[in-house]
Design a protein around this ligand. Structure first.
Ligand code: DSN
Length: 422
């Protein structure tokens, strides 16, 4: 990091500054394929690092427990209005610190400890906070889980309905962290209505695709929309809860004072900027390009003999099942990392291996699309993945080094938003 980019930090704490500089270089040089990550714009980065950080603002605009909120109220109200406009919802709360606290607030608003809640099983593509055992949501509530069909890797909506009618959960979560296919919010809504359940769409992964019209919206189908703001939506690390007016009080009360203290105003400002950016025509193009790139990458991987859960993708995410490749997910992920391709190892549905050493890797296209890579580059990306996985099987470190040099060369031609030009 050059002293002119962060002069005060470099002067005060050169050790920490050197870590930031190294991370900037890493993010610039590597091909980042983790589907839940992205690059925020320079404007989002600036807003997230402002003096708004200095202010305590417990409460909501116009109803605070601290004075001096003249400007903070305007920031938060702007973020709320932009969220409502972008997602077509009646109410938005932009204060949750991140996705897990946002989902906890939903439990606090609609359920009591011991109540039955239903979500997709974590190894099937769900999220910890959808009632999975090791999460507080699976300890304090009775979590029941649905999955995908063996063979197709698709949600079996008839099975979900049967389970919901048998269990009558207080809350049903749809959405997850490793779902490569379109979520049928209308089908979930009809199941939740029959079962008498509150329906929550956790769209953390696909919020940007929804905002850009590249995935159907849950608005009008579900009771609550929960989302983080830093994945496809390309904002700072934070979260939002959106709902109809009838649930507004319960949601707001659950976030504050139920779970949190003062909101992180600098993050709220970053969210407001990201929502503004996501409302521009360029973001519509971005969201569709993310999906086009993922489809092209999936096709190129299939052509190179990879087995993809559900056979491909409808969104930003691809789940590769390496069972037939003799390279477990963790070994492949670490080899790819050495080759300059950053992914995460992941369970695949019906995985016979353990979560910390599973059979799959999870990849996605939000970050590379933010850098301007397009469908014409996806065969090259698939080729690198194939060569790196092959090199991992043969423990061929020199082959990984060759891929890394090629990756660095291509990425240097596609500067990342928010990062210094090298
Ligand atoms: N950690 C997020 C992801 O990578 O999908 C979910 O919380």
């Amino acid at each position: 990091m050059s002293a002119s980019r962060h002069p005060a930090l470099s002067a005060t704490d050169p050790e920490l500054a050197s870590f930031v500089a190294a991370e900037e270089t890493l993010q610039a040089e590597t091909l980042r394929l983790i589907p839940s990550e992205n690059y925020v714009s320079a404007a989002v980065l600036e807003a997230s690092g402002t003096v708004l950080q200095n202010k305590y603002s417990e409460g909501y605009p116009g109803r605070r427990y601290y004075e001096g909120q003249q400007n903070i109220d305007r920031v938060e109200a702007l973020a709320v209005e932009r969220a409502k406009g972008l997602f077509g919802v009646e109410h938005a709360n932009v204060q949750p610190y991140s996705g897990s606290p946002a989902n906890l607030a939903v439990y606090l608003a609609f359920a009591k400890p011991g109540d039955t809640v239903m979500g997709m099983a974590l190894p099937m593509g769900g999220h910890l906070t959808h009632g999975w055992g090791v999460s507080a949501t699976g300890s304090w509530f009775r979590g029941v889980q649905y999955g995908v069909r063996p063979g197709t890797g698709l949600i079996d909506y008839d099975a979900v309905r049967d389970q919901a009618l048998a269990e009558r959960p207080k809350i049903i979560f749809c959405g997850g962290t490793a779902l490569p296919r379109t979520i049928d919010f209308a089908a979930f809504a009809s199941i939740a209505e029959e079962a008498g359940s509150v329906l929550v769409a956790d769209v953390a992964h696909i919020a940007g695709l929804i905002a850009g019209g590249a995935h159907p919206s849950p608005a009008g189908h579900v009771d609550v929309i929960s989302t983080t703001t830093h994945k496809t939506l390309r904002g700072p690390r934070g979260a939002m809860l959106m709902c109809r007016e009838e649930h507004a009080k319960a949601i707001d009360k659950a976030v504050f004072p139920g779970l949190q203290g003062g909101p992180h105003n600098q993050t709220t400002a970053g969210i407001a900027v990201a929502l503004h950016e996501a409302a521009q025509p360029a973001f519509v193009s971005y969201a569709h390009a993310v999906v086009a790139n993922a489809k092209a990458l999936a096709q190129a991987l299939l052509e190179r003999g990879f087995d993809l859960v559900s056979g491909g993708t409808d969104n930003h995410l691809i789940l590769i099942d390496l069972t037939g490749k003799d390279v477990p997910g963790k070994v492949a992920a670490k080899a790819l990392d050495r080759a300059g391709i950053v992914v995460n190892y992941n369970t695949v549905p019906f995985d016979t291996r353990k979560p910390f050493d599973p059979s799959g890797i999870r990849i996605g296209t939000p970050s590379l699309t933010s850098r301007g890579l397009s469908t014409e580059h996806m065969p090259q990306v698939a080729d690198w993945i194939a060569r790196a996985v092959d090199a991992a099987a043969k423990a061929d470190e020199s082959a990984l080094a060759v891929v890394r040099a090629e990756v660095t060369a291509l990425m240097s031609a596609f500067p990342a938003p928010g990062l210094p030009l090298s």
